[in-house]
Design a protein around this ligand. Structure first.
Ligand code: PRX
Length: 654
């Protein structure tokens, strides 16, 4: 695509001004930008004051050893106290923290802050009983049930960093994460509900634990579905412990310790451009400051809001904007066990009078396909603000979201951030910024972002380049678990002093930011990050495969879809009739069902450069042509253009 077409696509005349009443009463006003610019540290210190500290910090930021940041140095706090105890102490114990909606229709629970505090305390006591101590890592592999939040907060209370692994990941993926962070305890459930049926989780844990030698000492199991499980209880020298046995009878009194501001809170694994997932480390004080402030500012959170973030807790959005941010703010929220289904979401909005909805463009596009008659059948007048996250939102989806779901009155905040950033970085402020369909607009107060060229020079308005972050921010990752060097190499080595996010971006004529997607070998499928290399490695580990190349091809609903090209070994002949299905299953087993290629083409050759590098971009042309023809989404087409402008260079990141 030519540069001219790119600018036309990036041109957007529609503006949606903030509603007058929201603007008048907004939590954050225009002045915040200038205030943060004039003294960034004072700005973040004020945000940190919103939390309860055991001991106040001596220094806001220590950036003397970049890229290793320390925030609120010398301060102590407890994340779980900030998320539960302090709301109870402030007299809000009866406020509902979580309206939980199970997948079977009539399965619901309302949990108040007082109940949550008791349950978290019981779980903390139970974990202590199982030998969990401050600093120990705990793996969590659970469906969207309240116990997952309780488990996370109980770990945080003890200062035992959790690593939540998405329930859709395979036993192999779980095993590699347990091993990488050396977790001695795994918390899981017998199963969960997926599309109406019970599906098992415990067998995957058993398989993962078996692969990790003697590492795992206890597996704490919530009974959710009641399905039969293989059980090896402690009485027979096994590792399994029922949650209801260990937690229900434990004391609801638990004296929390105040942890250092930089004490590790959790590790979240995410795909990089190489095969091995990266363990993103978040710590306590800065992370909680960044997530709670942005949740309050970007969603303009008020006391009586009913907030609903539809993300699964297995991803960072579920950590920052379902668990920590909203709970630190004492919000009432909805937690839903199921996936997007016709009408069910809107029924929930109607029943619980949801006021703020935060979801991903892929869900919006799915609903668009189903037709507006479905949401039109519900009363969604309670909604006042809509959020989007995970991938670029194409203007059609933005406008549909605004009009059909938001009744043309709710501002849409398109929020850009990453597992690594921990907190929202680029987004409109709903009471300040006019919405422009497709643009995430500008860096939040206290955040410094830019779009630069290959020489780290600012590209200026009307031009495209790479998104960078110029100053440290409170919720930034501190390092990669056990790998400081990879942390430096991955994010900080391309241009000294700048954090390279891996995203292409463009500044429009007003200086507003448009995200164009990844410029490295990371795909974004339904708002989830997948690595091309990781899937290629999985394919090549199959005995019939000699070589594999994977690309993310534009997909109308999921943003991108995994397309694989494989060369079979001579000994495999033509691979047999079911070779494609066999390989898809193999990828699901190695990584998880989310990584299953949509399409696998068996080919005799792969296009390579003279130096032997596979030219994935040619494959991408092929994949997009065969599957979706000319129907490319705006964001994906521009990514293609960005890639084309770099044609000839055979470099790759990471
Ligand atoms: O490419 C960007 C895209 O998602 C990547 C981060 O993925 P992950 O760490 O899994 O976190 C997803 C949820 C925060 C980014 O590098 N991305 C995320 N939000 C947006 C986005 N791309 C465009 N617009 C967004 N609002």
């Amino acid at each position: 695509m030519s540069e001219q077409t790119l600018s036309n696509l990036m041109h957007e005349d529609r503006r949606f001004e903030p509603p007058a009443d929201l603007a008048a009463d907004a939590n954050v006003k225009e002045e915040a930008y200038a205030r943060a610019d004039s003294d960034r540290e004072a700005f973040w210190a004020e945000a940190a004051e919103r939390l309860d500290w055991g001991k106040k910090w001596d220094q806001v930021l220590d950036w003397s050893n970049p890229p290793f940041a320390k925030w609120f140095v010398g301060g102590t706090l407890n994340a779980s106290v900030n998320c539960v105890d302090r709301h109870v102490e402030a007299g809000n114990g009866d406020k509902v923290a979580i309206h939980w909606v199970g997948e079977p229709d009539d399965d619901t629970r309302d949990i108040t802050y007082a109940q949550l505090k008791d349950e978290v305390s019981r779980a903390a006591n139970a974990l202590t009983e199982l030998g969990v101590q401050k600093g120990d890592r705990v793996a969590i592999y659970m469906p969207m049930i309240p116990e997952v939040v309780v488990a996370m907060l109980a770990c945080a209370r003890l200062g035992a960093p959790h690593t939540v692994v998405f329930g859709g990941f395979s036993a192999d993926a779980l095993a590699s994460r347990i091993t990488d962070c050396e977790a001695h305890v795994v918390i899981t459930s017998d199963g969960g509900y997926r599309r109406g049926a019970a599906s098992a989780l415990k067998p995957a844990v058993d398989e993962a634990v078996a692969k990790t030698g003697d590492l795992v000492r206890h597996v704490l199991v919530v009974r959710r579905t009641g399905q039969d499980v293989d059980w090896h209880g402690r009485e027979e020298g096994g590792r399994d412990v029922w949650w209801h046995d260990a937690v229900d009878g434990a004391s609801a009194e638990h004296e929390p310790e105040m942890h250092d501001s930089e004490h590790p809170l959790y590790v979240m694994y995410t795909s990089g451009t190489t095969g091995k997932p990266k363990g993103i480390l978040h710590t306590t004080g800065g992370y909680l400051t960044g997530t709670s402030y942005t949740h309050w500012a970007v969603f303009d959170l008020k006391d009586d809001d009913v907030y609903w973030c539809t993300a699964d807790v297995g991803w960072v959005t579920g950590h920052s904007y379902m668990a920590y941010g909203p709970l630190a703010n004492g919000a009432t929220q909805v937690m839903y066990e199921g996936t997007p289904e016709k009408g069910r979401w809107w029924q929930i909005v109607q029943d619980y009078k949801v006021t703020i909805l935060y979801t991903a463009p892929t869900a919006i596009r799915t609903f668009m396909k189903q037709g507006r008659e479905i949401p039109d059948g519900y009363d969604m007048s309670s909604l006042r603000l809509l959020g989007s996250v995970g991938e670029p939102i194409n203007p059609e989806a933005y406008v549909w979201y605004r009009e059909v779901i938001g009744g043309d009155r709710c501002p849409v905040v398109d929020t850009w951030w990453q597992t690594e950033t921990g907190q929202i970085m680029i987004s409109p402020l709903p009471g300040v910024t006019a919405g422009k369909p497709g643009s995430a607009m500008k860096a939040l107060p206290g955040i410094s972002a830019d779009v630069v060229d290959d020489d780290a020079k600012s590209v200026g308005n009307g031009n495209g380049g790479y998104l960078v972050l110029k100053e440290p921010w409170p919720a930034m990752l501190r390092t990669l678990w056990g790998d400081d060097q990879r942390f430096k190499d991955t994010y900080w080595s391309r241009w000294p002093g700048l954090y390279f996010a891996g995203d292409g971006a463009k500044l429009d004529e007003d200086g507003d930011i448009w995200l164009l997607g990844r410029v490295d070998d990371v795909m974004n499928v339904s708002g989830h990050r997948l690595s091309t290399t990781e899937i290629e490695s999985a394919l090549v580990s199959h005995p019939k495969v000699a070589e594999a190349a994977v690309v993310g091809a534009a997909d109308e609903t999921t943003g991108q879809a995994v397309c694989a090209f494989v060369i079979l070994r001579d000994s495999a002949g033509d691979g047999g009739e079911d070779i494609v299905e066999e390989l898809r299953k193999h990828v699901a087993k190695e990584i998880g069902a989310i990584a299953k290629p949509r399409q696998i083409m068996v080919v005799p050759e792969l296009p390579k450069t003279r130096s032997g590098k596979i030219m994935r971009r040619l494959l991408k042309d092929v994949a997009e042509h065969r599957e979706v023809g000319d129907v490319t989404t705006l964001a994906d087409s521009t990514v293609m253009d960005l890639i084309k402008t770099r044609e000839g260079s055979s470099s790759s990141e990471d």
